[in-house]
Ligand binder design. Structure first.
Ligand SMILES: O=C(O)CCC(=O)C(=O)O
Ligand SMILES: [Fe+2]
Length: 276
């Protein structure tokens, strides 16, 4: 059969306009790994989280304007932790993650908490500006853990798009959904607006909660990644997140997490496909 000749769509059907809306909704860059720690380590970490059930406390949020710490918009349990092995594994993955996310600049330190979400657990739309010295250059990483079969419902992570409208960036209403699957991790810019939708936990047992090891990774100094070196998407995210930056420097993390230095990438460092 002869291929059809393309027909011009008449301007009577599709008239030109001088008022096109040039406001794209730009997805936040994200990098996801499956089997991040491997079955044995993931199972051990899950058992550890469950065994510390009594030590979790209610997670908090920080009001950027007043500096007030509260539980507004959040129902999560948190437990600050550190792990040299987890940090070293993160550090080995960062060169590849930075390539995928289009992140430039050095990353030097991280803060980590274990979290648990049960019946009604949620975390309203926010950026992670209160966790890092410079939200424009920091990365957030969320590693998920749960029992099999999964004892909770819901609890998806929504990563909101950024709308660029008349030269201004703002969080959009559209989003990508990340399923909190056991032994997976997602990395995304800390300035990206995100939300944990409500979870259910029919058994009510702590062991059936949705667990995470959540880490915020930042550069040594805000000046380490000057704005001029940022990719446009990172710049738009930074602009949209500006109003969420705390006005006052906090002495300590509002959930009690402590910064630790990231080790330099080791021999296990992952990189993208080589361009030879
Ligand atoms: O648990 C998640 O999926 C995300 C958690 C989060 O956004 C946070 O702790 O800041
Ligand atoms: Fe967050």
């Amino acid at each position: 059969m002869e291929p059809a000749t393309p027909m011009e769509i008449s301007p009577r059907v599709l008239p030109p306009s001088d008022r096109w809306s040039p406001a794209p909704a730009v997805p936040a860059p994200v990098c996801r790994f499956e089997n991040f720690l491997g079955a044995e380590r993931a199972a051990a970490l899950l058992e550890y989280a469950i065994s510390r059930g009594e030590d979790f406390t209610a997670g908090t949020v920080l009001d950027p304007l007043t500096g007030q710490v509260s539980r507004k918009g959040r129902d999560s349990l948190v437990l600050p932790v550190t792990s040299r092995v987890f940090s070293a594994h993160l550090a080995d993955c960062l060169p590849l993650v930075q390539e995928v996310l289009g992140h430039r600049g050095s990353l030097a330190r991280s803060l980590t908490v274990l979290t648990a979400h049960g019946e009604g657990g949620h975390f309203g739309m926010h950026t992670d500006a209160s966790r890092v010295p410079d939200v424009a250059t920091a990365l957030s990483a969320v590693y998920y853990l749960h029992r099999t079969p999964r004892g909770f419902g819901g609890g998806q992570l929504r990563l909101y798009d950024t709308v660029v409208d008349e030269g201004r960036a703002r969080p959009g209403e559209t989003y990508r959904t990340i399923e909190p699957e056991h032994d997976t991790i997602v990395f995304f810019p800390s300035g990206a607006f995100h939300e944990v939708v409500p979870s259910t936990c029919p058994s009510g047992r702590f062991s059936d909660h949705r667990f995470t090891l959540t880490t915020w990774i930042s550069g040594g100094e805000p000046a380490a990644a000057p704005a001029a070196r940022r990719s446009p998407v990172w710049q738009w995210l930074a602009d949209a997140a500006e109003g969420t930056r705390p006005l006052h420097d906090a002495e300590e993390d509002h959930d009690g997490a402590r910064p630790v230095a990231l080790p330099p990438p080791g021999p296990g460092t992952r990189r993208g496909p080589s361009r030879t």
